[in-house]
Design a protein around this ligand. Structure first.
Ligand code: HEM
Length: 396
């Protein structure tokens, strides 16, 4: 049985995923949810027209969890595109995509480089660091805050709140955690509402102003929908990329020949980022809800069921990647076929930004510090889904 609470799972979930792929790749869990672990099955379900609206789950542990969260005021956040089906999804995504363009993202490279270099200067001076607070977290947090045009805010508090909010993406939470998530949701949406009100009075050339304008053009976005999209961008903008950077560095430190190859071959930097995304997925799972009997392999999943697509497991499936699936290989030809950003209609809108931040951060870190080495044990954050190091001590 899949038991995410078994000791060691969140430190290294890959042996469990391997066992599941080998014995039961379409797994019916006693909590009333189904878990898909094979590449083909995961890709099939992501490309399907299954729902993302967890309000349509009719039974099981997740039904209780989502009832609890919905009744707590957190329901505003279910208006984000991540939780909506067409036609709402199409409308919301196209509004945000119109202002969050690849051109805006690539124009950010000099600024991202500057931020990375400033962080590396501090690390150089100290000779050692915990890479999470020194680089992996503040880089994406600063970039998305500036892109949105957020006024200076209590970033420590926002960090705590978003850390709690993303717990709602965990497959299972206890009652105390659910209460904390709900409280965090209420406080976070209040902060975002204040920021929007502040920005309405001081429009500028930033994402938040563009989204506010989009709201006015024919009222295609309600107030609550605006709050939900901004919160999604803000939280998704940093709670995920932190894991790309930190997991990527852990992977390199554990495979010194790959670290050496990246130093010798800077032309591999883009491909290396794809391989980091494949090898240790920053977002390990996503979810769908069946709205009709749905067949995967030869199993039929009943309607109203919560289905977990284990992206991280699909990314290690030997049937797809071959016998070296468990090895980091930054020159892997087809690394880009990973499903870390999902595929299909909900494919990550921030993938270009995440790739840019990941590449600049890791490339400049390894180039600057030939003596880069671990300086103690990695401490994992204990999450099943947005899994990454809580602490990553390095010396340079
Ligand atoms: C959606 C992963 C960074 C914004 C998604 C989904 C995944 C994902 C797996 C789709 C979930 C599904 O199909 O159910 C990641 C990873 C990141 C990352 C691994 C970093 C390494 C970002 C960033 C932003 C962002 C930096 C924005 C600033 C979004 C948005 C969606 C999304 C808006 C919703 C798209 C939709 O529902 O149509 N992301 N993400 N993500 N991501 Fe990301």
């Amino acid at each position: 049985m899949f038991n995410p609470f078994e000791p060691g799972f969140t430190d290294d979930p890959y042996p469990t995923y391997r066992r599941m792929r080998e014995t039961d790749p379409v797994h019916e869990h006693p909590f009333g949810l189904w878990i898909l672990t094979g590449y083909e099955e995961v890709a099939q379900v992501l490309r399907s027209d299954l729902s993302v609206d967890v309000g349509r789950v009719t039974s099981g542990a997740f039904r209780e969890q989502s009832d609890e969260l919905a009744s707590s005021g957190l329901d505003v956040l279910t208006l984000s595109m991540l939780d909506r089906d067409p036609p709402d999804h199409t409308r919301l995504r196209s509004l945000v995509a119109k202002v969050f363009t690849p051109r805006k993202v690539s124009a950010l490279e000099p600024e991202v480089t500057e931020l990375v270099d400033a962080a590396l200067d501090e690390i150089a001076e100290a000779g050692r660091a915990d890479l999470v607070p020194a680089l992996a977290f503040p880089l994406p947090f600063t970039v998305i805050s500036r892109m949105l045009g957020m006024p200076p805010t209590d970033s420590e508090r926002v960090r705590e709140l978003s850390g709690l909010l993303v717990r709602s993406l965990e497959p299972v939470n206890g009652p105390e955690m659910l209460a904390s998530i709900a409280e965090a949701g209420v406080e976070m949406t209040a902060i975002i509402r204040e920021l929007i009100a502040w920005k309405r009075k001081r429009p500028a050339n930033d994402l938040l102003s563009s989204l506010i304008m989009a709201e006015h053009e024919g009222s295609r976005l309600t107030d609550d929908e605006l709050v939900a999209q901004v919160t999604l961008l803000y939280v998704a903008g940093h709670e995920t990329t932190v894991n790309l950077i930190a997991n990527g560095v852990v992977a390199l430190l554990r495979a010194p020949e790959q670290l050496a190859m990246l130093r010798e071959r800077p032309d591999l930097a883009d491909n290396a980022v794809e391989e980091f995304l494949r090898y240790d997925s920053p977002v390990q799972q996503t979810r769908r809800v069946t709205t009709r009997p749905y067949t995967v392999r030869d199993r039929e999943i009943p309607p109203g069921t919560f289905v977990v697509a284990a992206l991280a497991s699909a990314n290690r499936d030997e049937n797809y990647w071959g016998p070296d699936a468990d090895r980091l290989r930054i020159d892997r030809d087809n690394a880009r076929a990973h499903v870390s950003f999902s595929v299909g209609r909900h494919h990550c809108l921030g993938s270009a930004l995440a790739r840019l931040e990941g590449r600049v951060a890791i490339e400049r870190l390894v180039r600057r510090f030939p003596g880069l080495a671990p300086d103690g044990e990695v401490e994992w954050n204990g999450r099943i889904n947005l899994r990454g190091p809580e602490r990553l001590p390095i010396s340079v």
